[in-house]
Design a protein around this ligand. Structure first.
Ligand code: PLP
Length: 388
């Protein structure tokens, strides 16, 4: 192993709780009232689509984030799908999303029969680059009757979906300005950013609609789960309605007034979520301490740096990001092999979405920054359980 690799792996280990054989990327920690709340569900028989924990979880999410409304659903992908539907995204519309994201962002667009249109990110935020996006839209789009059209595909561009990469907020004010200028609905993919703030506002409260995820690898988990955040009462009501089979409230009649989804979060999952949410402050403090310790360690290690939140944001540091210098990028795969062999789990960033075969023919801008960062980014152990 080269000296650089050894220094990097030793540097990572020096920040983790000593004495373990294996340091996972991110595993859940159940150190609160999880067992009590789950037992309560079983004892009450309310384990499924009816129960008080769902209402409580929604209420607590809304309080925590400052969003007026939260609607709990079965997973983050379903949350995104519903956000897009409520933004009227439909057949052959285009939706602007980063290529540097998890596949769910593009899948959700496809569920609406719309087309993902891939946008580049910047190195300051790891989120969509507002300067590059603004220039690009000025070139490729035109407004007709108040709608934004892609001049080259003749399709409507309906929405802009920034994603807060690994918990780090994208530059939301600037992206919101662009969305307004081009008549696009801003929808945040905040799946990774519960507990992250942009200029003191919680991520997911600036877009018209936002999606959260509580999958097992996220900062808190409900097993599987997600939520839609919005400040718009009408949209919140619609979100609740279409995720609960569009059933019209009645003591005994089965009236459904449109084709809805069975996406409501079960009570069992919400119970877990209530217990997890109570531990957010301590989770956030531990993750921040770990990130700071990585940053300090890598000040004296050549070849790589740890990504730091930008000065307008406070990140949840969901997954820490090691960025190799350009002249060390050839070491990426070797580093991943070597660190995993030593029990320190590392992973590359996602395969860029425009390279996946089902999205290869989708429209895209120049993606050179995404392509460069994809070669240099490695995720490192970041869960609360590995913090000393
Ligand atoms: C996790 C994640 C999702 C989807 O969440 P699920 O709950 O797994 O469906 C969507 N977008 C991003 C960026 C994610 O990381």
């Amino acid at each position: 192993m080269s000296n650089t690799l050894k220094q990097i792996i030793d540097g990572l280990k020096s920040c983790l709780v000593p004495g373990r054989d294996f340091y996972p990327l991110h595993t859940p920690v159940f150190s609160g009232r999880e067992w009590d709340f789950l037992k309560d569900c079983l004892d009450s028989t309310f384990v499924s689509s009816v129960g008080e924990y769902v209402n409580q979880f929604e209420q607590k999410l809304s309080e925590f984030s400052g969003a007026k409304h939260a609607v709990a659903v079965v997973n983050g992908t379903a949350a995104l799908q519903v956000c897009l539907k409520l933004a009227d995204v439909s057949d052959s519309d285009e939706v602007l999303i980063p290529s540097f994201s998890f596949v769910a962002t593009a899948n959700a667009v496809s569920y609406s029969n719309a087309v993902p249109h891939f946008i580049d990110i910047n190195e300051q935020t790891l989120g969509i680059d507002p300067d590059k996006l603004g220039d690009y839209l000025a070139n490729i789009s035109e407004i007709r009757n108040g709608d934004c059209y892609n001049k080259f595909t003749d399709r409507k561009i309906k929405a802009l979906v920034p994603m807060h990469t690994f918990g780090h907020p994208a530059d939301l004010d600037r992206l919101n300005d662009i969305a307004k200028q081009f008549n696009l609905t801003l929808i945040e993919d905040a799946a990774e950013s519960l507990g992250s703030y942009y200029k003191n506002k919680h991520t997911g409260t600036i877009g018209k609609l936002s999606a959260l995820s509580f999958n097992g690898n996220k900062i808190i988990t409900t097993g599987g789960g997600g939520a839609i955040l919005t400040n718009d009462s009408d949209l919140a009501h619609k979100a609740k309605h279409i995720t609960t089979t569009a059933k019209v409230s009645h003591p005994w009649k089965y009236i459904h007034d449109e084709i809805g989804f069975n996406y409501r979060m079960p009570n069992l999952n919400a119970a877990l979520g209530c217990a997890q949410l109570e531990q957010m402050d301590s989770f956030l403090a531990k993750k921040r301490a770990l990130a700071e310790s990585f940053m300090a360690a890598f000040e004296s290690i050549p070849g790589a740096v740890i990504f730091k939140e930008s000065n307008f944001s406070r990140s949840n540091y969901w997954l820490n990001v090691l960025i190799l210098n350009s002249d060390s990028s050839h070491l990426r795969d070797e580093l991943i092999e070597a660190s995993n062999a030593e029990g320190v789990m590392t992973r590359p960033a996602w395969n860029l979405l425009h390279r996946l075969k089902m999205f290869e023919s989708c429209p895209r801008m120049d993606l050179s920054i995404s392509e460069d960062l994809e070669r240099r980014i490695i995720n490192i152990p970041s869960g609360v359980g590995v913090v000393p």
